[in-house]
Design a protein around this ligand. Structure first.
Ligand code: GDG
Length: 464
């Protein structure tokens, strides 16, 4: 079996499956795959140094090695806060109004990709499989080839792929996508993103595209693009069931709701997640139906993220203002309808909160997949499950058609779904939940990683 080299912006070692760990599914999946295959997890240390040296910090983890490098502050600004989070993230989430096109960001991004390639190449052995994660490293495959690497190179994109008409607004978009085609395997979360990518390659690059196999040929390179919908670590998550921490969290939320039905949202504080729009939907529901304040409690957990980026500071201010206004208008002396919580919780606690909620409100404006939808389903009581309201603009909607699928842009539509969910009979809730749960259970993150690695290891080489 070939060794595995994983590359991602940050590296995260878990203490083994089922540990109380605060890490998400991706860390668990990468740790699992690396333990199985042996190899190296390579990324940025998270540290800044005055002068870039490319020096590697190697550490032995359980069954594999981590290798990290430090970056200079202006690299972090231009590559990470800049090109990754102020250019690509908004553009790929269809927010060209927020995308910032700065030459310096692009230069920093290319520079850091080159630094990564430089430091990584000496670590790679002949038969190793190299698996690169996400939008931070779209051109890394091409950089590695430029250093003469002949290994199998794979890329998985965790976020959406934008429509061609939006992508062409990015300066040097052709160069970026051409560079991507040096990977052998390119994975997307859903067939929608995959199709957008293939469309771009055909239309803008005049590549030879075979839609059925996902094969893209250009200048003698052959890349295979496929959808690999990511999942949660179902077993790890289910291990929280019946734990004291989960039970206590459940009781704390259910008890304090005082007979109101709990609606829960759990999201990084990000403009792609549709958080202000949720309050608009609540507003619609509360103004069209009397007495909602006695029936619904909406709990939104929203740990801040990317606080150095202005659009994130703005979305936070907007949300604070809207929540305050809503609560001011609809509260009573002894009842507040929205609890907006600006911090993170442990995963066991999240399990308890999900279970206490009659409705899971997952309404991003755009999302690669969305794992909260899957966690919410997994945490439900099979006898008395809650209802998932899911945006049709999340990658997860392709697999989770038994949720109440909504247009997250329409306050009316989301308000209607909230009403329907609140009144849904237990038989229908069970029937929907059983199908959703089967999807979440049978397509977990372990299988996702295995499927990707199998394709990366399988097809013949085409390099010239
Ligand atoms: C990207 C893509 C894709 C949230 N709050 C807390 C907490 N979380 C955890 C959730 C969930 C994870 O963070 C969020 O995952 P999502 O999938 O919802 O979203 P992104 O962070 O935007 O992730 C996304 C994903 O990559 C994987 O490919 O699905 O589309 O955007 O696991 O539970 N975890 C803890 N406390 C919190 O307060 N412990």
């Amino acid at each position: 079996m070939s060794r595995l080299i994983v590359v991602s912006n940050r590296v995260s070692v878990t203490k083994g499956r089922g540990a109380a760990g605060a890490q998400g599914g991706l860390a668990v999946a990468m740790n699992g795959a690396l333990r199985k295959h042996g190899g190296i997890w390579f990324g940025w240390s998270g540290n800044e140094v005055a002068r870039f040296t490319g020096q590697l910090t190697m550490q032995r983890a359980d069954g594999f090695t981590t290798a990290t490098i430090d970056l200079e502050p202006h690299d972090v600004d231009e590559y990470y806060n800049g090109y990754a989070n102020r250019t690509l993230w908004p553009l790929f989430h269809y927010r060209i109004d927020l995308a910032e096109y700065e030459t310096e960001f692009g230069r920093g991004y290319e520079r850091v990709n080159e630094q990564f390639a430089n430091s990584l190449v000496p670590l790679v052995e002949e038969e190793d499989l190299v698996w690169v994660q996400d939008y931070h490293f779209l051109p890394l495959g091409e950089r590695l080839r430029a250093h003469g690497l002949k290994n199998r190179l794979g890329l998985f994109l965790h976020i959406p792929w934008p429509p061609t008409r939006l992508l062409v607004s990015l300066p040097y978009h052709e160069r970026l996508v051409r560079a991507m085609l040096h990977y052998d395997v390119i994975g997307f979360q859903s067939t929608e993103w995959l199709e957008s990518f293939l469309h771009y390659c055909r239309k803008e690059l005049q590549a030879d595209v075979d839609e059925d196999s996902g094969t893209v040929q250009l200048d003698g390179h052959v890349a295979v693009a496929r959808a690999f919908p990511i999942g949660i670590d179902y077993k790890e998550f289910m291990a929280f069931r019946g734990t004291q921490t989960a039970q206590r969290a459940y009781e704390r939320l259910a008890g304090s709701a005082r007979n109101r039905s709990v609606v829960i949202g759990v999201d990084r504080l990000d403009y792609s997640k549709g958080l202000p729009e949720r309050i608009d939907a609540m507003e619609r529901l509360f103004t069209t139906h009397d007495d909602m304040v006695n029936q619904l409690l909406y709990v939104q957990i929203a740990p801040p993220s990317r606080e150095d980026v202005r659009s994130y500071q703005e979305i936070r201010a907007t949300l604070e203002q809207k929540t305050g206004q809503f609560n001011g208008a609809h509260s009573d002396v002894d009842l507040v309808p929205i609890r907006y919580v600006n911090r993170g919780f442990g995963r066991a606690e999240l399990f308890g909160f999900y279970r206490a909620a009659r409705i899971g409100l997952v309404t991003p404006m755009r999302d690669g997949m969305n794992l909260v939808a899957k966690e919410y389903v997994a945490a439900q009581d099979p006898e008395d499950p809650g209802v998932l309201i899911l945006s049709r603009f999340a990658g997860a909607a392709e697999q989770m058609s038994d949720a109440l699928l909504v247009n997250s842009h329409s306050a009316e539509d989301v308000a209607r779904a909230l009403w329907t969910a609140l009144h849904m009979p237990v038989e229908e809730r069970r029937a929907r939940w059983e199908k959703l749960n089967a999807v979440v259970r049978d397509h977990d993150v372990i299988g996702w990683a295995e499927d990707f690695i199998a394709l990366l290891a399988a097809p013949p080489f085409h390099h010239m």
